[in-house]
Design a protein around this ligand. Structure first.
Ligand SMILES: [Zn+2]
Length: 322
């Protein structure tokens, strides 16, 4: 998609999205999610640029380790999707179940229980509307519905000057942590029983770059609301990201970087030597008071029209801002 043909896709909702700035003046179709995570332990591991299992060059406790790599997009995607589901449920509608009804779940009746608590069967929403519900539309589902949101891995480096936040990169410090689990039995004199290893990242700071392949205003509204929700509930077990949650891992301070910013201004957000400018503050105010509520209103309209029996938003006054 080139910027020349960039425009919003109309979902034939009964609301007019009235924005004071054109799409060309926004970072769209990219949505940059700012990330600050003190400790992250992605459940499905970290892809690093080094085969340290066999390399004698890697010393787990060497502070000079300069290992780069990627944070899995699967971990991040599941976390974001969970936030999107909650936003739709809080609005009074049901969310698309992320899994197939006949999948091999590890607990009995889990699908049935979910269907009674805020979910509808995956893809059931296609019966009434070609696009399905907004969660299905955005994340995709069965073969013919690939989803509209590109969720890249976050590349990380411990060296800040090698981090390009416009590419969805973060500064982060990789460590392989080994724990000696020691015997509690007095006779054993505190001997180690076993060793537990895990990959972690410390001090993650940067961006996750999302790209909308189809630019529906309600998608932007859903991402804005989901990221706000995840930030507000960051230390709840269900909304931490990755593993080791009882150890404080995966508590993520997250926000959508103002889409009105220029690329230079996005870089400035992560430049410790520079404060934000008056122009950025003005854009923050325009975004907060005039743009964000419009995208949220589009989400409300979509939810009302297709996903539930909810009242249509009426005026431009609705929608909370954050
Ligand atoms: Zn659905």
């Amino acid at each position: 998609m080139t910027s020349g043909e960039l425009e919003f896709v109309d979902s034939n909702l009964d609301v007019e999205v009235d924005l004071p700035r054109s799409v060309e003046e926004m970072l769209l179709p990219h949505v940059y999610v700012g990330l600050e995570i003190d400790l992250l332990s992605p459940g499905d591991g970290i892809v690093t640029d080094r085969h340290h299992a066999s390399a004698d060059r890697y010393e787990a406790d060497d502070p000079m380790n300069q290992i780069e790599g990627q944070i899995s997009p699967f971990t991040l995607s599941g976390w974001l999707r969970h936030g999107c589901e909650r936003v739709v449920q809080i609005a009074g509608a049901t969310a698309c179940h992320p899994g197939e009804p006949n999948a091999d779940y590890m607990r009995a009746n889990v699908y049935e229980r979910d269907l009674e608590s805020g979910y509808h069967e995956k893809g059931e929403c296609l019966d009434e509307h070609d696009d399905g519900c907004v969660v299905y539309d955005l994340f995709g589902g069965f073969g013919s519905q690939p989803g509209k949101l590109l969720r890249r891995p976050v590349s990380f480096s411990p060296i800040r000057r090698q981090v390009d936040v416009l590419d969805g990169e973060a500064e982060a410090h990789f460590r392989q942590i080994s724990n000696q689990v020691r015997s509690r039995n007095e006779e054993d004199g505190g001997q180690p029983l076993r060793q537990a290893d895990r990959d972690v990242l410390g001090n993650v700071e940067g961006t996750w770059k999302l790209t909308l392949r189809e630019l529906k205003p309600e998608f932007v509204g859903l991402l804005l609301e989901a990221v706000s929700f995840l930030d507000a509930h960051a230390d709840e077990f269900a909304f931490q990201v990755g593993g080791a949650r009882n150890f404080g891992a995966g508590i993520a301070d997250v926000w959508v970087i103002n889409p009105l910013y220029s690329e230079r201004e996005v870089r400035r957000v992560f430049n410790r030597a520079q404060d934000s400018t008056a122009a950025m503050a003005e854009k923050d105010e325009v975004w907060r008071s005039e743009c964000r509520p419009e995208f949220v209103r589009a989400l409300q309209a979509r939810t009302a029209a297709r996903d539930g029996n909810l009242p249509m938003p009426s005026s431009n006054e609705g929608g909370e801002s954050a």
